[in-house]
Design a protein around this ligand. Structure first.
Ligand code: ATP
Ligand code: MG
Length: 291
C-alpha cells in the first residue's frame, strides 16, 4: 500500500479536478462532516469545489439545506440526467453540490444488473471535471456498489478515523477493498490519508489512538486533527457548513487547517466554478459572499 506518494501535480489551470472519495464503512465516524467542511474550506480558499452526496441518507445535502432535489446523483448514475444539470449552488460562491435524494437507496440493488456498474459515477462526472479544482464524494457507511463507484471515480481516498478504542478495526478490510479496486478497475487510485476526527487530545485514549495511527501510517496521516466540537454537530441543523455557522470555533479552524494541507499537496490556482443556469423553483445563485 502506498501512502502519501503523489503523482506529479503541477497546479496548472487546465488540469482536471482532483477527486477525493471520503470513505469508511464504519458508521458515524465523521465522513459527512469531513466532506462538507473540507469542501467548504477549499471553497473558502476560492477554489472551484464540487461536493457529491453519494449516501442515501443524504446528510451532506441536508447539511446545505437541500432536501428533495429535482435532480440528484441517482439521475447521474442511471444516466437519465447530465451531471451539469444536477448541480445546485450553495451559500458559498465557490462550492457546488450534486445532492442525494430518496431514489438513491434503490441504486445499490438496481446497479447490480447494469453494465459497467462500477464506473457509472466516473462516466457521469467525466464531462464536468475540467470545470472544478476539487471534487469530494461523501460515501455511505458500507463497501457496496455506491462506495465502489466513488472509489472508481476518485483519484484519492481520504479515510476519517474516529478517536476511539475500536478506530482501527475495519481499517484492514478497507485497505484490502482499495487494493482490489486498484487491481480490477483503477490502478491509479491512491490513499491520500487518514483524518483523525472527534479527537479529544486531553483524553489518554485519543492520544493513544493518535500515536498508534501515526506510528503505523506515518505521513499518510494529516497533521490537522479534528477535535470533538459541539459546534460541528450543530451546524448541519442550520443548513450551514461550520465556516458560516461559527468561524471562530475549534472545529472550523481544524477544517481550514486540513484544507491548507490538501491545497499544499495538490495546488490549484484560484478560479470560480461554472455559472449554473437558474432553474424553475430554484433560487438564483447567491450574491458574492465574503468567501
Ligand atoms: P454515516 O456513516 O452515518 O454516514 P458519518 O461517518 O458521515 O456517518 P458524520 O455524520 O459526519 O459521520 O458524524 C456522525 C455524528 O457525529 C453527527 O451527528 C455529527 O454531527 C457528529 N460529529 C462529526 N464530527 C464531529 C466532531 N468533530 N465533533 C463533534 N461531533 C461531530
Ligand atoms: Mg455520512
Amino acid at each position: 500500500m502506498s501512502w502519501g506518494e503523489s503523482r506529479a501535480d503541477t497546479g496548472t489551470a487546465a488540469e482536471a479536478a482532483r477527486v477525493f472519495a471520503i470513505v469508511n464503512q464504519k458508521g458515524g465516524v465523521g465522513k459527512t462532516t469531513t466532506a462538507v467542511n473540507l469542501a467548504a474550506s477549499l471553497a473558502a480558499s476560492e477554489r472551484a469545489t464540487l461536493l457529491i452526496d453519494l449516501d442515501p441518507q443524504a446528510n451532506a445535502s441536508s447539511a446545505f439545506g437541500v432536501t428533495d432535489p429535482a435532480l440528484q446523483v441517482y439521475d447521474v448514475l442511471s444516466g437519465s440526467a447530465a451531471a451539469l444539470d444536477s448541480i445546485v449552488p450553495t451559500e458559498l460562491s465557490h462550492l457546488h453540490l450534486i445532492p442525494a435524494g430518496e431514489d438513491l437507496s434503490g441504486a445499490e440493488i438496481e446497479l447490480v444488473s447494469v453494465q459497467e456498474r462500477q464506473s457509472r459515477l466516473r462516466a457521469g462526472i467525466a464531462p464536468i471535471l475540467n470545470l472544478y479544482d476539487y471534487v469530494l464524494i461523501d460515501c455511505p457507511p458500507s463497501l457496496g456498489l455506491l462506495t465502489l463507484n466513488a472509489l472508481v471515480a476518485a483519484d484519492d481516498v481520504v479515510i476519517p478515523l474516529q478517536g476511539e478504542y475500536y478506530a482501527l478495526e475495519g481499517l484492514a478490510r478497507l485497505q484490502r477493498t482499495i487494493e482490489r479496486v486498484r487491481a480490477a478497475f483503477h490502478p491509479g487510485l491512491r490513499l491520500e490519508g487518514i483524518v483523525l476526527t472527534m479527537f479529544d487530545r486531553r483524553a489518554n485514549l485519543s492520544r493513544q489512538v493518535e500515536d498508534e495511527v501515526r506510528s503505523h501510517f506515518g505521513a499518510g496521516v494529516f497533521r490537522a486533527v479534528i477535535p470533538r466540537n459541539v459546534r460541528l454537530s450543530e451546524a448541519p441543523s442550520h443548513g450551514k457548513p461550520i465556516l458560516l455557522y461559527d468561524l471562530q470555533s475549534r472545529g472550523a479552524l481544524a477544517y481550514l487547517e486540513l484544507a491548507q494541507e490538501v491545497l499544499a499537496r495538490h495546488p490549484r490556482p484560484q478560479r470560480k466554478p461554472p455559472l449554473l443556469p437558474v432553474r424553475e423553483g430554484q433560487k438564483a445563485e447567491p450574491e458574492e459572499t465574503a468567501w
